[in-house]
Unconditional design. Sequence first.
Length: 114
Amino acid sequence: MKMICINCPRGCELDVEQTADGTVTVTGNACPRGEDYGRSELVNPTRMVTGLVRVAGLRKPLPVKTKTAIPKGKIDATLFALHQTTVQLPVKIGDVIIPDVAGTGVDIVATANM
Ligand code: SF4
């Protein structure tokens, strides 16, 4: 599988392969971070998710994000959880808005003070 490493602007083109015994090989990376990236993209791809949630009594929404990356397969459930959520003010940056979103073990946190 070909992919581009997104860990730095160099954008190395990686070739990631998995053999029948499960061994993953990564080539094309100029540094160890590329090998880690290629391996995780093949075995368990993850992404940070950002979004907005409604604020009770205001038209302006609250910007939020996952505290750490979550599995790509949980992104839709996470976005649905954001859509279903309304927060009460006040909120500070870093406050947990949704704990353990979509069963990922990762919290949704505020990225603004309101
Ligand atoms: S492999 Fe290393 S040098 Fe290449 S894009 Fe990834 S982080 Fe940058």
